[in-house]
Design a protein around this ligand. Structure first.
Ligand code: GLV
Ligand code: MN
Ligand code: MN
Length: 416
């Protein structure tokens, strides 16, 4: 019988924790964990317990993020912050975000077990909301961590009609204090995030780990198409102003524009027919548009053209279209210095180094506004699928990620 390698044994423990954490789900049928739901609060308590067990002091901030601190050799030293998010998309995978919290907890536990202190402090941050599935927010928790909360979000309601403020109060948080204690960037040494790749590059090349070079920028919009509701049996086809038929053409316009250019992606992920009924011509439809590219100029040109196409479709069909942008991030390069440090750490544990860009958004984009930031990618199985329950990672790869991050933590020194 073969015995597991050290990396595999660490990885098996990490996967067991990811499995246990995924049981804290809003749904009994699949894994969904939205901001401040009862399951989300249970997951926070579990993470807090694991952080304490690893030798960290723990606090929860105004957005519900769980922050564990492992002091350096001299108390109060600047912190190398590492972490990711513990909310999920609806019916998501167990590792998106979670791996980037569990891996550093394991690294700190190892330091603690040896009684080892580094010159800098380490903080593991479990960001409470990155996906924004409940209130259609993005990077809510990392923004709040830095005191960059957008007050307009307080007006939002979730699908059940619960307001943002009510949700916070029900979870014992104060909406007025969500970003009241911003983290002073002068106390941050850097930010590094471990994350599954959420794509097939590492898998296709047979590589366990990667160094992220840059993170694609993206925007999200809510589009509303107003036509005229009417009787499905009586209004002649030529007289209709069908909002859904117009929206369908718009969805295809997004797809066609994004398909036309390498490095550009466009997605309509939500579409809702207001008061939709089988025998009523749709009068109002709303849908989301998500457009991303590693190059801001490419994305901005695509947005202009997509919205011009929407206007043309609306004019031809006699409907009205309006759009509100509710999220925007610019493409974010990762720190070249930290990339090299990660590359050296990966090589030191005997793995080949592959540099690659991230198409997905990450809390690292927000943290990069305040400090040097970098990301370590871990290979996904199952064709690289993510935002899907089929998302997987192997124990060996999770263990290698812990070994590489452990090496990085030891090699790290704040920028001169
Ligand atoms: C986060 O998962 C995003 O890229 O949308
Ligand atoms: Mn995600
Ligand atoms: Mn994620």
């Amino acid at each position: 019988m073969s015995t597991p390698t050290d990396a595999e044994a660490t990885g098996l423990a990490l996967l067991a924790r990811a499995e246990a954490l995924a049981r804290h789900s809003d749904s009994p049928d699949h894994y969904t964990r939205t901001w401040l739901s009862p399951a989300h609060r249970e997951a926070a308590r579990q993470l807090e317990a694991w952080m304490r067990e690893a030798g960290m002091s723990v606090r929860t901030d105004g957005a519900g993020s769980v922050i564990g601190r492992y002091e350096g050799a001299s108390p109060g030293a600047k912190a190398l912050v590492t972490g990711s998010h513990y909310d999920s998309v609806r019916n998501g995978g167990k590792y998106d975000g979670i791996l980037g919290i569990l891996v550093p907890i394991a690294c700190v536990a190892r330091l603690h077990g040896r009684g080892e202190r580094l010159p800098h402090a380490i903080e593991v941050v479990a960001f409470a909301d990155e996906e924004g599935a409940r209130f259609q927010t993005s990077f809510l928790a990392s923004r709040a961590f830095l005191g960059r909360f957008d007050e307009a979000l307080l007006e939002r309601r979730d699908a059940q009609g619960v307001s943002f403020g009510e949700a916070m109060r029900a979870a014992g948080l104060d909406p007025a204090a969500i970003a009241a204690h911003p983290r002073d960037p002068a106390t941050l040494a850097a930010y590094v995030e471990v994350h599954i790749e959420q794509g097939p590059v590492l898998l296709d090349e047979g590589l366990p780990l990667g160094v992220v070079t840059a993170i694609a920028g993206g925007t999200r919009h809510r589009v509303t198409v107003a036509g005229a509701a009417g009787h499905a049996g009586t209004v002649p086809m030529a007289r209709r102003r069908d909002a859904l038929a117009a929206a369908a053409e718009m969805v295809l316009a997004v797809e066609a524009r994004a398909k036309g250019q390498p490095g550009l992606v466009g997605t309509v992920g939500m579409l809702e027919v207001r008061d939709g009924t089988g025998n009523v011509i749709p009068g109002e439809v709303s849908f989301t548009v998500d457009i991303r590219s590693g190059e801001d100029a490419v994305r901005e040109a695509a947005e202009r053209e997509v919205f011009a196409a929407f206007d043309a479709i609306a004019a031809r069909r006699g409907v009205k279209v309006s759009a509100a942008r509710n999220h925007a991030t610019r493409a974010t390069p990762c720190s070249p210095r930290l990339q090299d440090l990660l590359a050296g750490s990966i090589a030191a544990i005997g793995c080949p180094v592959r540099r690659l860009a991230s198409g997905a958004g990450h809390d690292a984009m927000v943290m990069a506004e305040a400090t040097e930031a970098a990301m370590l990618f871990v290979r996904c199985g199952a064709g690289g699928v993510s935002h899907n329950p089929a998302e997987t990672v192997t124990a060996e790869d999770a263990g290698l990620a812990a070994a590489a991050l452990g090496e990085f933590l030891r090699r790290f020194a704040p920028a001169a």
